[in-house]
Design a protein around this ligand. Structure first.
Ligand code: 3PG
Length: 399
């Protein structure tokens, strides 16, 4: 794959696919700008060379037509601040060619949400060819969307000769960091999986069982394991149809010699609210009407001890409902243990997935871990061993 440093953008117009799918509040203010900041080195390199930049991105999941709440116009002022210039905006991806052609070296044009055309997600070749007219070199820095074979993330690369398809800095550093965990992990290697559903994580858990020494499972999905083993979990999250799978995973971990750690206790609540009544209960003895919303103290102790003794750590998914301060202890303690291992024993720690990245940012540990991925689904699919179409399109030899 051609990299940015192998390319001189002087006098070139680069059409750059970024993933600026950032969270916005009800007033359209950006609540987490990590993805914007993460793409800046790529944009600045092109501009510093004397090139101009046409930015393509999606925002949210519009239904194939314009929707104000998903308009990228909401991020223009943030981008202008980031690049130190008034970023131009093209209101329609298919009417942007003239504006793109008028760009002077050093200027940036942001094009409206490509998903306002249903052809984007279909990977329509004609639509892709039209987008390709916006630049004379294609740069993909959208790691977060590299698992989609959409027009702007993969198909439009075919309109450029291989020498004019370039992988951005973010895309390459994401791949490098994921490889450090998958291929060069120092032992002990610990994966911490959390979040609500086993079904979202099953493929990666199975894959990781071949790689890790310790697998820690927390968050909502742990209750399906507890119930499958005969426990009472009250009204905690349950994927009933995944109970056999949970038992199978426990058996597989045993057979492969992986230390699979499940929570033994939980902080339980009488309702899903920050001001709920709470108490600690064994994970297999949660009374009816109560639900587990965080790790309990014994589980926190057991989990953090393993994490602190690890040399490679992969974390995906929170340990509890960290958005509510009452239930943030487990997630905070795990984040702290990861930060300690990274600092004190030089462990390599990779945080992946929207929720755990948000937790690390929100809880103030962002500077204390080795790498925070901007990818949610993309990182999971890469770790599952799937080919990412966005990456494959850059690597293809033929136009
Ligand atoms: C993400 O947020 O994971 C990426 O931007 C991809 O978004 P999507 O799941 O809507 O394709």
């Amino acid at each position: 794959m051609k990299t940015l440093d192998q390319y001189n953008f002087a006098g070139k117009r680069a059409v750059v696919r970024v993933d600026f799918n950032v969270p916005l509040d009800k007033d359209f203010a950006i609540t987490d700008d990590t993805r914007i900041r993460a793409a800046t080195p790529t944009i600045k390199k092109i501009l510093a060379d004397g090139g101009s930049v046409v930015l393509l991105s999606h925002l949210g999941r519009p239904k194939g037509g314009p929707e104000d709440k998903f308009s990228l116009k909401h991020i223009v002022s943030r981008l202008s601040q980031e690049y130190g210039q008034q970023v131009q905006f093209a209101e329609d991806a298919l009417q942007a060619e003239e504006q793109a052609k008028n760009l002077q070296p050093g200027q940036v044009l942001l094009v409206e949400n490509v998903r306002f055309y249903k052809e984007e997600e279909k990977g329509d070749a004609d639509f892709a060819a039209k987008l390709a007219k916006l630049g004379d070199v294609y740069v993909n820095d959208a790691f977060g969307t590299a698992h989609r074979r959409h027009a702007s993330t993969a198909v439009m690369a075919e309109s450029f000769v291989p020498a004019d398809r370039v992988g951005g800095y973010l895309l390459l550093s994401e791949l490098d960091n994921a490889k450090k965990v998958l291929e060069q992990a120092e032992r002990p290697f610990t994966a911490i999986m959390g979040g609500a559903k086993i079904s979202d994580k099953i493929l990666i858990i199975e894959k990781l069982l071949d790689k890790v020494d310790n697998l820690l499972i927390g968050g909502g999905m742990a209750y399906t394991f507890a119930k499958a083993q005969g426990g009472s979990i009250g009204s905690s999250l349950l994927e009933e149809d995944k109970m056999p799978l949970a038992l199978e995973l426990i058996e597989k971990a045993k057979a492969k010699g992986v230390n699979l750690l499940l929570p033994t206790d939980s902080l339980i609540a009488d309702k899903f609210a920050n001001d709920a009544e709470t108490k600690v209960a064994a994970n297999d003895q949660i009374p009816d009407g109560w639900l587990g919303l965080d790790l309990g103290p014994d589980s926190i102790k057991a989990f953090t001890e393993v994490v602190r003794n690890s040399k490679t750590i992969l974390w995906n998914g929170p340990m509890g409902v960290f958005e509510l301060p009452t239930f943030a202890k487990g997630t905070t303690a795990v984040a702290q243990a990861i930060a300690d291992a990274t600092r004190e024993s030089g462990a390599f720690s990779l945080i992946g997935g929207g929720d755990s990245a948000a937790a690390v940012n929100q809880l103030g540990f962002a500077d204390q871990v080795s790498y925070i991925s901007t990818g949610g689904g993309a990182l999971l699919e890469y770790m599952e061993g799937k080919e990412l179409p966005g990456v494959a399109a850059l690597e293809a030899e033929q136009a």
